[in-house]
Design a binder for this molecule. Structure first.
Ligand code: NDP
Length: 332
């Protein structure tokens, strides 16, 4: 019998502000059937971690936060055939538990990380990159998306945003990005956005109409929610699709279905990555697509913030304070 080892981890025992996160030692044992034990070299920081911390997504407590990581597989449980001890690996998964050095977790969403991709890049891109993958390739308007089509992507200079800007360009799409400052708008343009709108100083509906010659966009990707979603419906062309995939400013208000008819037979969806990651096969297929676009050089990971695990309070403050760009990683 192997005795459990201790691992540093960031836990919460109550929902609240960044100060509820505490660095504690947790016991980590051997993986059970279908599980692995991973030694993280880097963990991803994601806006969803803020929702978990504040209780917007109501998880049982105590809770170790974090949904993305990369490291070395130390042990595998019964029935795990796609990984072995010593493999470099990365994942995005639920339930949370990634803010730790060691973790025992289900193997289903863990994939081998190509040698040419660093652990930090792996931790910076699994949750955000797989999200960009399903948004651009699997969340489509009635007529599909084709080269030359206009889409609007809010918060385009963030973690998901900068990956989406580059990937959209590689697909030939014209991605109009919004961002909260002129410097962030420049960053979106440098990463492939065809146009950028500072939505704190400009009316993004009017600007999108201007850019598209009055036609509107085929898809609006809205992770800002409360502050933008109602107006996001006004930038769509007939039969356009509004994908609300986040709540950075609060939850989007309910949609009055009649309004969708009045605005041009619109579609609305509220997708989550975790539906797409429900099987090992779909996880691997999406990860292969993500790795291919990164290895081709078309999408470069931009890690603008690195924090020690113990400094996670500052990391959350900066993310919520709109002070970050690109991806952020925590180093355990
Ligand atoms: P980001 O790096 O994009 O950070 C969030 C950004 O949202 C901020 O930088 C800020 O950019 C913008 N924002 C707008 N209004 C506010 C506000 N009131 N408070 C704070 N930020 C605001 O985060 P991630 O890349 O981690 O995630 C992007 C979004 O995607 C999040 O909403 C997340 O929840 C969502 N997501 C959804 C998934 C899904 O499957 N449904 C999966 C992964 C992520 P600016 O200053 O430019 O406005």
């Amino acid at each position: 019998m192997t005795l459990p080892t201790k691992s540093p981890a960031i836990q919460i025992t109550a929902f609240g502000g960044p100060d509820v996160m505490k660095l504690v030692d947790v016991e980590v044992g051997e993986p059970g059937p279908g599980e692995i034990r991973i030694r993280h070299h880097a963990c991803g920081l994601n806006y969803i971690d803020v929702y978990q911390r504040t209780g917007l997504y109501n998880n049982p407590l105590p809770l170790t936060l974090g949904m993305e990581g990369a490291g070395i597989v130390e042990a595998v449980g019964e029935g795990v055939a796609h990984l072995k001890p010593g493999d470099r690996a990365a994942y995005a998964t639920q339930p949370p538990g990634a803010y730790a050095l060691l973790r025992v977790m289900p193997a289903r969403n863990v994939v081998k990380l190509p040698d040419a991709i660093s652990f930090e890049e792996g931790a910076a891109m699994m949750l955000k990159g797989l999200t960009a993958q399903y948004l651009l390739k699997k969340t489509l308007p009635a007529e599909g998306l084709h080269a030359g089509d206009f889409v609007l992507f809010h918060a385009a200079a963030g973690g998901v945003g900068l990956i989406a800007c580059q990937w959209a360009k590689a697909l030939g799409l014209q991605l109009i990005g919004t961002a909260g400052s002129d410097a962030k708008c420049r960053l979106a343009l440098e990463h492939g956005a065809s146009h950028a709108i500072n939505y704190r100083s400009e009316d993004f509906v009017a600007r999108v109409k201007e850019i598209t010659g009055g036609a509107g966009v085929k898809v609006v990707y809205d992770s800002v929610g409360k502050d933008t979603f109602e107006r996001s419906l006004d930038v769509l062309r007939p039969f356009g699709l509004a994908a609300n995939f986040g709540n950075a400013s609060g939850k989007a208000p309910p949609v009055e279905l009649g309004a969708l008819a009045a605005k041009g037979s619109l579609y609305v969806t509220r997708p989550t990555l975790f539906t797409h990651l429900s099987s090992r096969e779909s996880t691997q297929a999406m990860a292969d697509d993500l790795f291919a676009v990164v290895l081709s050089g078309a999408v470069k990971l931009r890690i603008d913030q690195r924090y020690a695990l113990a400094d996670v309070g500052r990391a959350h403050q900066e993310l919520e304070g709109r002070a970050t760009t690109g991806s952020s990683v925590l180093i355990p």
